[in-house]
Write a protein that binds this ligand. Structure first.
Ligand SMILES: [Zn+2]
Length: 216
């Protein structure tokens, strides 16, 4: 019997995962070793499926991913480690036993970057809208406040980026993510500072009005 058949007939993804250290709870869930999993998000039985990172497969896939080895080596490793009989004459390579740390997939990294950029840009959009209203000149000869000017300059642009992230096709979003990844870090820092300043002003204003009440 080939190692693949031997694994299929004699064991399950769950049994194999438990053998290599997974703790499966009574709902048949365990922590996923393929992404940073805090709560058990992997359903595991004959096959496994992770609700966090969507990794899925059978016992052989699990071991192949866990140890970073090929499928055939994974099947052989399972047979050797769990003492399952298989046809050794077709064995070509030796199983590797050194576990490697699971790496994030390209798709995961991209999805996270996109999520972060969307969050920062939508916060920034909110602030620009606020500035546009708050710093609008009250009279024709009043000089434009820099925040008002910035809001006028940037609002459309930011809206366009947000639209692309929501509805754009894959290549447009990929371009945007690679262009904006560094830029939004600066924006995020600025947003943080503005928020802190706004908080401080709130306290200061309250203090001034209290003082006025007191002196009255
Ligand atoms: Zn996962």
């Amino acid at each position: 019997m080939s190692p693949f058949e031997a694994v299929k007939q004699n064991t399950s993804a769950r049994q194999v995962a438990e053998f290599y250290g997974a703790k499966v709870n009574k709902n048949g869930m365990c922590q996923c070793p393929f992404h940073k999993d805090k709560t058990p998000s992997m359903k595991i039985d004959n096959r496994f499926y992770c609700f966090g990172c969507q990794e899925t497969g059978d016992a052989v896939d699990y071991v192949s991913k866990l140890f970073g080895i090929g499928l055939r080596d994974a099947a052989i490793k399972i047979c050797e480690d769990l003492s399952i009989e298989y046809d050794k004459t077709t064995q070509k390579t030796k199983p590797v036993s050194r576990p490697i740390r699971p790496q994030k997939s390209e798709a995961q990294i991209f999805a996270e970057a996109q999520k972060y950029i969307f969050k920062v840009l939508s916060d920034f959009h909110g602030m620009l809208k606020k500035w546009k209203k708050e710093y609008e000149p009250r009279s024709p000869d009043e000089e434009f406040h820099p925040h008002f000017v910035e809001a006028l300059q940037k609002i459309d642009h930011v809206e366009y980026h947000l639209d692309t992230l929501l509805d754009g096709d894959n290549s447009d979003r990929a371009v945007l993510v690679s262009e904006q990844e560094k830029k939004v870090v600066g924006i995020a820092e600025r947003l943080k500072k503005c928020k802190e300043e706004a908080e401080n002003n709130k306290y200061e204003n309250r203090f001034i009005s209290q003082k006025r009440d007191y002196e009255r």
